[in-house]
Design a protein around this ligand. Structure first.
Ligand code: CA2
Length: 151
């Protein structure tokens, strides 16, 4: 019995999923991914709230609002992964366990995608499995929360 509430955050351009660049990011839309996560959440007995924004400050605001409302954060910060000290600071500020996910394997791509400002403050990172990265990330996060709260 877990009943955790989890914030699922998606960053810039991920609203275009399924409409452009299917060879890199697949054919599923963000709505498809969120629906799949909702189905997974029912099985795991957790609650999800899913948001996407193209704006760094809006993502920072969502992260701040997670205080007292969510026990975990699943995030694909998109390109902000590689640039945003503000998102990193917000995540370490709220100190809520975070799992970072990416559709593509960021380490097989351009050098500028190899560094993540989130990775070293995250519980873990999953990268390269397409939409499955989100499902695996959710499982990893729920597992982490269950083992933490059992202690
Ligand atoms: O692989 C991932 O999930 C990324 O976070 C996706 C970001 C990219 O900047 C990161 O390096 C890796 C880009 C998301 C852009 O999504 C699009 C989807 C369809 C069409 C165009 C962009």
């Amino acid at each position: 019995m877990s009943n955790f509430s989890i914030l699922v955050l998606n960053g810039p351009n991920l609203n275009l999923l399924g409409q452009r660049e299917p060879t890199i990011y697949g054919h599923l839309t963000l709505d498809d991914i969120n629906t799949m996560l909702e189905e997974e959440a029912v099985k795991l007995n957790v609650k999800l709230s899913c948001f996407q924004s193209n704006h760094e400050g809006v993502l920072v605001d969502y992260i701040h609002q997670s205080l007292n409302n969510y026990q975990g954060i699943l995030i694909n910060a998109g390109a902000y992964t590689h640039t945003s000290v503000a998102i990193r600071d917000a995540l370490s500020g709220v100190a809520i366990p975070v799992v970072e996910v990416h559709l593509s394997n960021i380490y097989r791509r351009e050098d500028f995608r190899h560094h993540s400002y989130i990775a070293d403050i995250a519980v873990g990172q999953i990268s390269g499995f397409g939409a499955e990265s989100y499902r695996l990330g959710l499982h990893g996060l729920v597992n982490h929360l269950q083992s933490t709260f059992r202690k």
